[in-house]
Design a protein around this ligand. Structure first.
Ligand code: UDP
Length: 359
């Protein structure tokens, strides 16, 4: 720990698309949990504002009522900004405004128009953690305005994510998350099983992993929130003979137990995934990742060392890489999670970012 770093009071605003713990927020939930724990362990004071019904282990949360926002990832570029009648997003930011002077910095984790629009109306600096690539033009415009007027406040996870925005050079790459290696048990002797983790939603293209399981005959364990039940039902209809097993949306402890015994994890994003928390969770267990060479996973995985990067949207590439999994030394995967992608390493980057905005 760097003893010259000032102790900060940090107010974290969660995503308005779901309560923390529901899985609807995707990777942002684990990201907030890991970040809050890491910063607390360094002596910073953390408070979290999130939709009512949120729970995140032992972390204290100000619970805010109101209607959830639509998720951005399935919307069109030309989509309009939508605000329900009693928006939890607006209620969260009204609360933040009323207590802002108790904090040194506010961290926004919502990929939505309002927090960017509101930035000039706050006295306390707002750091925006942008966890998706360009999705809706109106949100891009709001982010760009802040990027110009408040330099250094737009944090993105990866370079490829930044490049989806026309203002890429105004974004700070701060990484997507970091894992606590103590939470994930390393497994050196896997079974002949594959894993797929994530929100079950079209942009994640689970069907490609299921197709690869069908072609190889290797069992695929699927874990994650079913965000789009019709999409999930369609996959089951399309691949009735695929050797798949759905284990549910699991808490981290159970997730790592089921994941660590797999010989590889498949990541099949159809979109430019900003980061991909599940990639670093797999690495922490010693599980190599086979991913499409696109977005965040392509910056996390070292091809041939911690997994394989294959041509996007081609099931045969996944199959070929599955057949090469034995070439990967699982200890290299664990090592990457203990070093580059550790909670401690990420905590330092985020801490430095906040200090830059405060002083
Ligand atoms: N996850 C979970 N339980 C499961 C499957 C997934 O808690 O059964 C979590 C996982 O730990 C990760 C998140 O779901 O933090 C998915 O995040 P990722 O960054 O991979 O994708 P996103 O949903 O943000 O697009």
């Amino acid at each position: 720990m760097n003893i010259s770093v000032p102790k900060l009071k940090i107010l974290i605003l969660s995503t308005p698309v779901g309560a923390l713990g529901s899985g609807l927020g995707g990777g942002v939930e684990l990201t907030i949990s890991n970040l809050a724990h890491e910063l607390q362990s360094r002596g910073h004071t953390i408070e979290i504002i999130a939709p009512a019904g949120s729970h995140l282990g032992d972390l204290s949360i100000i619970q805010i009522p109101g209607e959830l926002q639509l998720t951005a990832q399935t919307q069109e570029q030309a989509a309009a900004i939508v605000m329900p009648g009693d928006p939890v997003l607006a209620n969260m930011w009204a609360t933040a405004r009323s207590i802002q002077h108790d904090y040194d910095v506010i961290l926004n984790t919502a990929f939505d128009w309002l927090p960017f629009y509101l930035t000039p109306f706050f006295d306390t600096p707002v750091a925006h953690f942008v966890s998706m690539g360009s999705q809706i033009a109106a949100i891009d415009t709001a982010i760009e305005r802040v990027a110009i007027d408040y330099p250094g406040t737009i944090g993105v996870c990866t370079r490829t994510q930044a490049q989806t925005f026309s203002f890429a050079d105004r974004c700070c790459v701060v990484g997507g998350s970091g894992v606590d290696p103590a939470v994930y048990q390393y497994c050196d002797a896997p079974e002949n099983t594959l894993a797929w983790l994530g929100r079950i939603s079209p942009e994640k293209a689970l069907e490609d992993a299921v197709a690869a399981a069908e072609r190889t005959g290797i069992k695929l364990k699927i874990m994650g929130k079913i965000q789009d039940p019709d999409y999930w039902a369609q996959i089951q209809r399309d691949y009735p003979r695929a050797p798949i097993e759905y284990l549910g949306f699991l808490p981290t402890h159970e997730l790592q137990q089921a994941l660590r015994t797999c010989k590889g994890m498949l990541m099949t994003p159809r979109w430019v995934e900003a980061f991909g928390n599940v990639a670093i969770e797999a690495l922490a267990c010693g599980v190599p990742v086979i991913a499409y060479r696109r977005g965040g996973p392509a910056e996390i995985i070292t091809d041939g060392k911690t997994g394989f990067l294959v041509e996007p949207d081609r099931v045969e590439g996944l199959v070929a890489a599955i057949n090469r999994l034995a070439e990967i030394d699982r200890a290299d995967c664990r090592h990457a999670a203990e070093t580059v992608f550790s909670q401690a390493a990420w905590g330092t980057v985020m801490e430095n970012w906040f200090v830059r905005l405060v002083v």
